[in-house]
Design a protein around this ligand. Structure first.
Ligand SMILES: NC(=O)c1ccc[n+]([C@@H]2O[C@H](COP(=O)([O-])OP(=O)(O)OC[C@H]3O[C@@H](n4cnc5c(N)ncnc54)[C@H](O)[C@@H]3O)[C@@H](O)[C@H]2O)c1
Length: 249
């Protein structure tokens, strides 16, 4: 029985690399995509059965080339690539706003559409997991197009689950909370930010990249066979804590 194939975008480091390592442990062959060629090569070389593709997910032709080279439709797609640029809405440029939407929302659609159509043509079932954010559920200052893109990704996931369910394709979202790594590594390098944010989480710790990888591999597994269109929030209950942060008296 050939190994199943997992295609993971934005997997040169951070959460994507943790997802890749977890998928490898679960027996998948890996196709790793990122725009950061050097980091991608290093991550790919550290994992068995991994092939690295320098690829911009917003470019449909590049994505099509990757799928053609693979010669096998991935049974698991994880749309993890994303960028953030903190700036108030009054200051973010339209160009930056569009670029964030293009990568964080449209890029996930570009890859999903091609993988889903490949699965349909091959008559194979599959699973797609989109990495959103609690920022797509509850906005925070300065997150501009990131908040809009992640909210859009959560809704797009529901629509994909609806339209592709009859093809045997399950589609779910994982929404990470405060994660100690990846694009937030610089944020948590600041000791006071780290302390304040850790204290705000009901579980009293920041999330780990591994926490997100575990959630993704659960949704990809047979244990989640009847779960589709779901947004799995992995945040230590942070998004439920609002009222407790406001004193009663
Ligand atoms: N770290 C956090 O605190 C946190 C919290 C919530 C959600 N997330 C989400 O988790 C995902 C992974 O983020 P991370 O924290 O590991 O950050 P990261 O910056 O380490 O990883 C993102 C990866 O995406 C790649 N990428 C960017 N544009 C691309 C493009 N056009 N095509 C292909 N690859 C591209 C980057 O090169 C990078 O390797 C993102 O979608 C992010 O929004 C992260």
């Amino acid at each position: 029985m050939p190994k199943k194939l997992a295609l993971i975008t934005g997997s040169s480091g951070g959460i994507g690399a943790a997802i890749a390592a977890a998928a490898s442990r679960d027996g998948y062959r890996l196709a790793l995509l990122d725009v950061n060629a050097a980091a991608l090569q290093a991550t790919s070389a550290s994992l068995p059965d991994a092939t690295a593709f320098t690829c911009d997910i917003t470019d449909a032709a590049q994505v099509a080339q990757v799928l053609q080279t693979l010669g096998q439709v991935p049974e698991l797609l994880v749309n993890n690539a994303g960028i953030v640029k903190f700036a108030p809405l009054l200051d973010i440029t339209v160009q930056d706003f569009r670029r964030i939407l293009d990568i964080d929302l449209t890029g996930a659609f570009v890859v999903s559409q091609q993988v889903a159509s490949g699965l349909r043509d091959a008559g194979k079932p599959g699973s797609i997991v989109n990495i959103a954010s609690i920022g797509g559920i509850t906005p925070s200052f300065g997150t501009n197009a990131y908040a809009a893109a992640k909210a859009g990704l959560i809704k797009l996931t529901e629509l994909m689950a609806l339209e592709w369910g009859a093809l045997g394709i399950r589609v779910n979202t994982v929404s990470p909370g405060f994660i100690d790594g990846g694009m937030s590594a610089a944020v948590y390098a600041n000791a006071s930010t780290r302390a304040v944010r850790t204290a705000a989480v009901p579980l009293k710790r920041l999330g780990l990249e591994q926490d997100i990888a575990d959630a993704v591999l659960f949704l990809a597994s047979e244990k989640a066979n009847y779960i589709s269109g779901h947004n799995l929030v992995v945040d230590g209950a942070l998004t439920h804590s609002l009222l407790n942060q406001i004193p009663r008296e």
